[in-house]
Design a protein around this ligand. Structure first.
Ligand code: SF4
Length: 64
């Protein structure tokens, strides 16, 4: 099971991850990120990987 890790010191609340994987990431009006599904299902991993790639500050990682 892969687990989403967030470097809170790097996240700038851009919301890019939510746009690409809304089932897994949610960014509120103050730019605070909530990981809705820290251990995404297999069929969500493609979207999560897209979000990792697109994060402007590389704040996201996937750990096995
Ligand atoms: S894409 Fe990156 S910087 Fe933007 S809200 Fe998500 S984790 Fe934070």
């Amino acid at each position: 099971m892969s687990r989403v890790e967030v470097d809170r010191n790097r996240c700038v609340g851009s919301g890019t991850c939510e746009a690409l994987a809304p089932a897994v990431f949610e960014v509120d009006d103050d730019g605070v990120l909530t990981v809705l599904r820290p251990e995404p299902a297999d069929d969500e991993l493609s979207d999560v990987r897209d979000a990792l790639q697109a994060c402007p500050t590389r704040a996201l990682a996937l750990a096995d």
